[in-house]
Design a protein around this ligand. Structure first.
Ligand SMILES: [Fe+2]
Ligand SMILES: [Fe+2]
Length: 327
């Protein structure tokens, strides 16, 4: 590490890892194995065929959570970075998220509380959204980068399309975390559920950083590549699938404390838990659809719960609805 607290090729890799254990994940995603003794970052990267500048760009980002210089796109290997991101996807989808699900099941007492079924349903919906987000990147974005690198037809796609659509995927993880903290039955095993919560906190942080690496390192690097390849850029927004719909669009402040729900808002939550659409709720309560949408925005602001699955759990826990009436 140099005077500006930036990791360099001369830093000993073992010291970096002891300083910031998140680098273990970075290492494994770059394919760096343990057992490198006192070797420096440069020595380890050269021996294990990893691009040193790309590894350092990501490692320094993990330390500061921002790029350490604005010329980052010029220094890194795009192939190496794409490989890193692909390995991260595989880690989340094939290891981390399934492991949390297994622990959630182990920590749940099915015999006395069917609420847990809804927590699992909530979790599974979230994992599906993460999967579609990452599959889009694997199948469309990285495929585009490969075509760009190999001088193939990029079919009018450009990195600005991805940039515009790319959203954070950790927000709903926060929703799940808050739901468990606030509403999980207190008589169940606290050690097991706390252990799952720790895992959810770490996964949320890891997912947030993953998306930031894509926004602040990957996208600038590909933009640089596009300029070098002198590729005609077309921003075809209409043909691009939405990566995920989790971004909070109302700009609410998450620190706002929970407020009391009105009778009407409780009725609307009950309808949501029954799986009704805005139009169906409006017809049932003799309201306009616009009014229902406004109520839903207020409910979200007051409870800080963003998804129907989260509201369903809230409705069950707070006895607004019986479990058998939930859709
Ligand atoms: Fe990704
Ligand atoms: Fe992403």
């Amino acid at each position: 590490m140099n005077k500006q607290n930036i990791y360099t090729g001369d830093s000993k890799l073992s010291e970096l890892i002891c300083r910031n254990c998140n680098l273990l994940l970075v290492m494994s995603r770059f394919g760096i194995s343990l057992g490198f003794g006192d070797n420096t970052v440069q020595e380890v990267c050269e021996k294990q065929n990893v691009d040193t500048d790309t590894f350092l760009a990501v490692a320094n980002f993990m330390e500061k959570e921002s790029p350490h210089n604005d010329k980052i796109g010029k220094n890194i290997s795009v192939e190496s970075l794409v490989h890193y991101l692909q390995q991260a996807h595989s880690y989340f989808l094939d290891f981390c998220l399934p492991a949390i699900r297994r622990k959630l099941i182990e920590s749940i007492d099915y015999s006395g509380n069917d609420l847990v079924v809804h927590i699992l349903k909530f979790y599974d919906e979230y994992v599906n959204e993460v999967r579609s987000h990452m599959e889009y990147e694997d199948r469309t974005v990285f495929k585009y980068v490969d075509a760009l690198l190999n001088g193939k037809d990029t079919e009018g796609y450009s990195i600005s399309v991805f940039e515009e659509k790319h959203n954070q995927i950790a927000e709903k993880m926060s929703d799940l975390k808050n739901t468990i903290i606030k509403y999980y039955p207190s008589h169940l095993n606290p050690n097991q559920i706390n252990s799952v919560l720790f895992d959810i906190f770490s996964c949320e942080k890891d997912l947030t950083l993953h998306c930031k690496v894509e926004d602040l390192i990957f996208i600038p690097a590909i933009r640089q590549l596009e300029e070098e390849m002198n590729t005609p850029v077309k921003n075809d927004k209409n043909e691009t699938p939405k990566i995920n719909a989790l971004k909070t669009s109302n700009g609410t402040d998450k620190t706002v404390s929970q407020e009391i729900l009105s009778k009407r808002e409780k009725e609307i939550i009950t309808c949501i838990a029954k799986g009704m659409s805005n139009k169906e709720i409006a017809d049932k309560l003799f309201l306009s659809t616009h009014t229902v949408i406004t109520h839903r925005k207020n409910i979200t602001r007051k409870l800080q719960i963003y998804s129907p699955a989260g509201l369903t759990i809230y409705a069950i826990v707070n006895k607004l609805i019986k479990l058998q009436d939930v859709n």
